[in-house]
Write a protein that binds this ligand. Structure first.
Ligand SMILES: [Zn+2]
Length: 158
């Protein structure tokens, strides 16, 4: 089983990863974004990623489309730049000191490269319906400094 991150439902050229590879990618994006997010819309993007948790949702069930991320029309340019910074942070191993394993660098670079291309392609006109659900603040994991979703910390439960 595996997971795919694609641009939208009609474009399946994207990131196709093993279950372990998916967890690793989400881990390092959450670690980086946990340290970089400043605004609510940026935190919301990180919460969305943290909910891509296979130990809760099931193996091979956490693929998603870039257009379905909770993009906010009002701050789209800033938030896209933020996501690119999160990718850059992950490349520089931001937060990896809290990780209990050493991610495979070859996979890291290839996944982050493809993920960056998908994010770069995103424009405000691609936003489908902004999934701006109500939240009571943005709790963080005390161990990993990541934003936690309805399932808790994605890194802890991985
Ligand atoms: Zn954690």
């Amino acid at each position: 089983m595996s997971n795919s991150i694609c641009f939208n439902s009609s474009d399946t050229n994207g990131l196709h990863m093993s279950n372990g590879g998916t967890s690793m990618l989400i881990n390092i994006l959450c670690l980086s974004g946990g340290r970089l997010a400043e605004t609510d819309s940026q935190k919301r993007l990180m919460v969305y990623l943290s909910e891509k948790n296979q130990s809760i949702c099931g193996l091979g069930t956490v693929g998603f489309d870039i257009v379905d991320m909770p993009w906010d029309n009002d701050s789209f340019d800033e938030d896209k730049a933020f996501m690119l910074k999160v990718i850059e942070g992950a490349e520089h191993k931001l937060g990896w000191d809290t990780l209990g394993y050493e991610p495979n660098e070859e996979f890291v670079h290839s996944y982050l490269d493809t993920f960056r291309k998908l994010i770069e392609r995103m424009t405000a006109s691609d936003i489908t319906d902004s999934t701006l659900y109500c939240r009571c603040g943005f709790p963080k994991c005390s161990i990993h400094d990541t934003y936690t979703g309805i399932h808790g910390c994605q890194v802890c439960t991985d």
